[in-house]
Design a protein around this ligand. Structure first.
Ligand SMILES: N[C@@H](CCC(=O)N[C@@H](CS)C(=O)NCC(=O)O)C(=O)O
Length: 234
């Protein structure tokens, strides 16, 4: 186990349990991917709230670990070869935690690559497109007179939901019978789209019954229920 005091982030967010994995996050769709994963795996961890109200994500301490100024980020005192491992980017963190625990991602073979394919599909498509839809539909961009950017992201979100809906036909989860990090990456974003962004009517969510079915199952998982509120907002 490595001494975490060498990491400047621990000065702003001191570790009460330095032997545990440290999570720096906020319950947003990207943040909860990691808290849900940690809850699913049972790995001991210590959550720290990175508050956007006080621009914590732009603080020197946070940037020393996550120079892209976005949550989530982790610091694991028990990383590879006995060294500490710092990581940002939720997709990379999910892969790391899956490999570390041997859970929710096959160790090799087709199943592994296909899970990673859907994870990348979320990271490159669902996250950015749904996020832009939120900006133009609910936040600052909603007052823009020109609706073409909003319509572009609505159309792309509908296309992505259609791809997912078709894939989920006859499957319990994205990888069939196996719940995986692909589900943990995708469904917090779908939940956010129709919940926080209030875009169900805009995207015609009723046209995607398979997505709705799996989302309903996802949000009932005890680890998901817990992870959606970690770290607790102050
Ligand atoms: N690709 C990144 C995106 C992370 C991201 O966009 N995080 C948002 C919250 S969901 C954030 O930290 N925003 C703060 C900011 O932009 O200042 C990941 O998946 O980790």
């Amino acid at each position: 186990m490595s001494d975490l005091s060498a990491f400047p982030i621990t000065r702003k967010w001191p570790a009460k349990h330095p032997e545990r994995l440290q999570l720096y996050s906020l319950p947003t769709p990207n943040g909860v991917k990691v808290s849900i994963m940690l809850e699913e795996t049972g790995l001991p961890y210590e959550p720290h709230l990175v508050s956007f109200d006080t621009n914590d994500q732009l603080s020197e301490a946070f940037l020393s670990l996550a120079p892209n100024n976005k949550i989530p980020a982790i610091l694991d005192p028990n990383g590879p070869d006995g060294n500490a491992q710092a990581l940002f980017e939720s997709g990379a963190i999910l892969i790391y935690l899956a490999d570390k625990t041997g859970q929710l991602l096959a160790k090799s073979g087709t199943q592994r690559y296909e899970t990673l394919q859907w994870l990348m599909w979320q990271m490159g498509g669902v996250g950015p497109m749904f996020g832009q839809l939120g900006f133009f539909h609910k936040f600052a961009g909603s007052s823009y007179e020109d609706k073409r950017p909003r319509d572009r992201f609505v159309a792309e979100s509908q296309r992505l939901l259609g791809v997912l809906d078709q894939h989920l036909q006859g499957r319990e989860w994205i990888m069939g019978d196996d719940y995986s990090i692909a589900d943990i990456a995708v469904f917090p974003w779908v939940r956010n789209l129709i919940g926080f962004y209030e875009a169900a009517d805009l995207v015609g969510f009723e046209k995607f019954p398979q997505v709705k079915r799996v989302l309903e199952r996802f949000v009932q998982r005890p680890a998901v229920v817990r992870g959606l509120n970690i770290p607790a907002r102050g």
